[in-house]
Ligand binder design. Structure first.
Ligand SMILES: Cc1ncc(C[n+]2csc(CCOP(=O)(O)OP(=O)(O)O)c2C)c(N)n1
Length: 278
């Protein structure tokens, strides 16, 4: 599928939006986080290309029409709300003026993803629930003989929740080849390295062991993510896409720094971050 809303197509070739859109999205994230003095900068920046690819491969018109056989996008790591809403703006699912109210008093857009916001499937923030919900949607899509898919984004720390693995076992049992789980493998949890909390070993082997089809990609290449997702149509089991990412990607002082899970920017750091976007 091409760029959203023809936004980039007037002035660019078909793939230039894959380069331009992440810069615009990162700029929006920085602006709304700075304006609201909010956190989760690192968690949002690592997901930009993943979220963009998830919407790119989905039928946006069906999402807008709330069609029963629409693709479902579920952001299980709901603290990546700034990124989710900024990407939704890019696809015409949230207006620029609404996005600018992020985390302000009275706004529907708060610091965790909420289904009170139009076109959001499910509220998240309490980690570990997205895959279970996604399995329900995937079963429903099979029941109505829809070819649409369920794409769910999880954090690598989040998957230490046992409910993720229970849901995956059900998905494998039911041959849910319409379920694609994308793991934001940035290797940092909220305050420390993910492996220092629970060492899950090699993720691809874990997910393989549970019966999923596993692919591993550069999580900052929209092209690679889209390409990997396209393979799911030939499968008989759910796909897990391990996306290797950098927490804080694109903001030099925040990259791979756990503190930027919770820290907010002062004006100097905000200016530095905006200037550094490329
Ligand atoms: C059930 C639950 N337990 C704990 C938390 C607190 N918490 C918020 S973010 C986070 C770290 C999640 O790590 P990861 O999934 O790797 O997120 P990322 O580093 O990509 O932001 C934790 C433990 C929570 N939101 N929900």
């Amino acid at each position: 599928m091409g760029p959203p809303n023809g936004m980039y197509s007037m002035r660019m070739n078909a793939n230039t939006h894959l380069i331009e859109a992440p810069i615009q999205i990162r700029s929006d994230i920085l602006n709304i986080l700075y304006k609201s003095n909010a956190s989760h900068l690192g968690s949002s920046m690592s997901t930009v290309e993943m979220l963009y690819a998830m919407y790119c491969v989905s039928d946006i018109d069906k999402i807008k029409n709330k069609s029963a056989d629409r693709d479902r996008i579920i952001v299980s790591k709901g603290h990546a709300a700034a990124a989710t809403y900024s990407v939704m703006k890019e696809f015409g699912l949230i207006s620029k003026s609404t996005l600018e109210t992020y985390h302000q008093r009275g706004s529907l857009l708060q610091g965790h993803v909420s289904h009170f916001v139009d076109f959001v499937e499910h509220s998240t923030g309490a980690l570990g629930h997205g895959v279970s919900v996604a399995v329900g949607h995937a079963i429903y899509l099979k029941m109505i003989k829809s070819k649409s898919r369920v794409l769910v984004l999880c954090g690598d720390g989040e998957i230490q929740e046992g409910s993720i693995w229970e849901a995956l076992m059900l998905a494998v049992t039911k041959n849910l080849n319409n379920l694609i789980i994308l793991i934001d493998n940035n290797k940092i949890s909220s305050i420390t390295k993910t492996e220092d909390v629970i060492n899950t070993g090699k993720l691809s082997e874990r997910f393989n062991g549970f019966g999923a089809f596993v692919e591993e990609v550069d999580g900052h290449s929209i092209f690679a993510i889209k390409n990997a997702i396209s393979k799911s149509k030939n499968l008989t089991q759910p796909m897990v896409l391990i996306c290797n990412t950098v927490k804080g990607k694109g903001v030099s002082f925040a990259e791979n720094e756990a503190i930027w899970h919770y820290k907010s920017m002062n004006s100097d750091l905000f200016s530095e971050a905006i200037k550094g976007l490329k």
